[in-house]
Ligand binder design. Structure first.
Ligand SMILES: CC(=O)N[C@@H](CCC[C@H](N)C(=O)O)C(=O)O
Length: 382
């Protein structure tokens, strides 16, 4: 058994305060200017600059720690963006940015990364470490362009690790699995254009509120009637907007959603069916529709050897309990890192009554200490 509490006299308290600070300044993808500045201010103050170097990439940051006798580079990725959600917690450190919130735990992900980085900036690791502060995970997707950048390629690691908070798991627990962890995803935006008019003259207009309503209903049949019952997919419409006033027939409407599938073939099937339905709505309502698939993420597929070794390692710890995870229809552009580099993502229990993307998400900050110790011990033993 390995006891992080016994073996590590490392104070993780400062990272609670850092999490609170970061929680107050959520920013959307590729707009993480204050967040990047906050992180850089911290990184610039770290000791031992002789084995520490960093560079920025757009609104992200790459920090490299040179090892004492390196044979490889271990990469650890945190996402840094927030969501367009009006926070509804009553926390004293509530978001200062109206309409934006760290409702997916990226504030915790960042503070954990800084904790591990701080430890190893004072205790030179054997292998090189790369800390990846990646923008725009929630969209439009920062992982793919970052992977393709010269900044990343010149420091490309041999292994990649990331975590994601899990509100439904208690603090002190960690879950993952080998192979498929998260789904293939595609955003979905459909714009409808018809003919507006006076509410009292419907025969002279093409009402896009009605057309959008039919389309939303039809889309629900894709999973129930087109995807094999032995496969799985999700088509969620999270937003619908249309019209201007209660007594004006709507000329425009917009539907926004997301598609999740277990395979790329099912993603193609779902998109084909959406395109068929869109054509049907155009002819039955005499209007014009356009589809934009926005950001598409590949599945998160944990490599066998690295994930199994991590699971064995976690099972030996006396301060963390391991859970075998189920597949999830969550999306994560970390999947792009794992397409090129072996590694894994794992869930970190944060015991919140409210889930991911909820305006009331309130993770238990004790999970920060647990994750920092776990990752330090993992790197030391890897
Ligand atoms: C962990 C998590 O919640 N990730 C997001 C990723 C969003 C991808 C993209 N914007 C989409 O909606 O398809 C998720 O919603 O699963």
């Amino acid at each position: 058994m390995v006891s992080g509490k016994d073996t590590l006299a490392f104070n993780t308290e400062p990272f609670i305060k850092i999490r609170k600070d970061l929680h107050q300044i959520p920013e959307l993808g590729f707009q993480e200017v204050k967040t990047q500045r906050y992180l850089l201010n911290y990184i610039e103050e770290l000791p031992n600059k002789d084995w520490l170097e960093w560079k920025t990439w757009r609104t992200g940051i790459l920090v490299r720690l040179g090892g004492s006798s390196p044979t490889r580079t271990i990469g650890y990725r945190t996402d840094i963006d927030g969501l367009p959600i009006e926070e509804e917690t009553a926390l004293p450190f509530i978001s200062e940015h109206p309409g934006m919130m760290h409702a997916c735990g990226h504030d915790l992900h960042m503070s954990i990364a800084l904790g591990v980085l701080t430890y190893f900036s004072g205790h030179q690791p054997k292998d090189n470490l790369l800390f990846v502060f990646q923008p725009a995970e929630e969209g439009p997707g920062g992982a793919k362009p970052m992977l393709e950048s010269e900044e990343f390629k010149s420091w490309k690691p041999d292994r990649m690790v990331a975590l994601h908070i899990a509100p439904e798991l208690p603090v002190g627990t960690v879950g993952t699995k080998t192979g498929f962890l998260f789904a293939n995803t595609s955003e979905l935006f459909i714009d409808l254009k018809g003919k507006g008019g006076h509410a009292a003259y419907p025969h002279q207009a093409n009402d896009m509120v009605i057309a959008a309503s039919y389309l939303v209903t039809q889309l629900q049949t894709i999973v129930s009637r087109n995807v094999s019952p032995l496969d799985s997919a999700v088509v969620t419409i999270g937003k619908i907007a249309g019209g201007t006033k209660q007594n004006i027939i709507a000329e425009n409407a917009r539907i926004e959603g997301t598609i999740r599938t277990l395979t790329i073939d099912s993603m193609h099937l779902v998109k084909e069916r959406i395109e068929g339905m869109v054509k049907g709505i155009e002819s039955s309502f005499d209007c014009e529709l356009s589809i934009d698939y926005g950001a598409n993420y590949c599945q998160v597929f944990n490599s066998e050897a690295e994930t199994s070794a991590f699971i064995d390692f976690v099972k030996e710890l006396d301060y963390v309990k391991f859970f075998e995870s189920e597949k999830a229809m969550t999306g994560e552009d970390f999947g792009y890192f794992l397409e090129e580099i072996p590694g894994f993502m794992f869930w970190l229990g944060v015991g919140s009554e409210h889930g991911l993307h909820s305006s009331k998400l309130n993770p238990n900050e004790d999970a920060i200490d647990c994750a920092i110790r776990l990752l330090i011990d993992y790197v030391k033993g890897a």
